[in-house]
Design a protein around this ligand. Sequence first.
Ligand code: MLT
Length: 270
Amino acid sequence: MEALVNGIHLHHVQAGNGIPLLLIHGYPLDHALWQPQVNGLADTNVARVIAPDLRGFGQSDAPEGAYTMETYADDLFALLDVLQVERAVVCGLSMGGYIALAFWQKYANRVRGLILVDTRAGADAPVVRQGRLDMVELVRQRGSKPAAEAMLPRVLAESTRQTRPDLVELARTMMLRQSPAGIIGAQLGMAERPDSAPLLPTINVPTLCIFGAEDAITPVEPEGRGMAAAIPGAKLVVIPNAGHLSNLEQPEAFNTAVREFLSTNYTNLH
Ligand code: MLT
């Protein structure tokens, strides 16, 4: 489905009935990251799953320029309006988590809960920021491939890489199909994102942090544990045999954690 929001077309899929659960993908990916959740959570009607392609990714429009985390949050706020969702549980993986925190900052009254997956609250260190600007130049010259080549070796756990060639292929295909404008917009936006750590103690909705035990990009120590400790009442679930894409690598364990979180915190699931 497509919605016209904030001046662009946002592609999104919806499935199931239950508490609205907004799934925000990471970089350089699209809504297909969440296929195991669209299938596994919506099938049992635990949640009304809403999985958009962020601006610049998948089948959504890809305008030129930097996409700040606030811009993405504005898009998603407008999408919830179009879908007539008053308040959602907002779940974001990696860059999706940066966006979930930006969404919390600006639209806390639309957030019923947070699920922060393989992500971090801090801004970029200078060397990381410079790496993003270098990647932007590379993508301008050579297209999307260098971005996929840089990410692919780092996103999956060693065990996943050894035993799940299908998932390696899925991740590779998803990364390679993203447009240069989308990759550039995201990298520029992430490079200028602010430190969200001061927001963490202000979070007063149920929060679940989920991290792959072998996440090499946003490791459990210190990111996952630190994030969960800084958010009042937050719970941390560490998923064994999973890297940065924990929801894709271990969907059963991931979906069980989400289902438990939803049923514990929301007695009236609709
Ligand atoms: C992601 O998975 O979204 C990226 O690792 C985020 C980042 O580059 O910081």
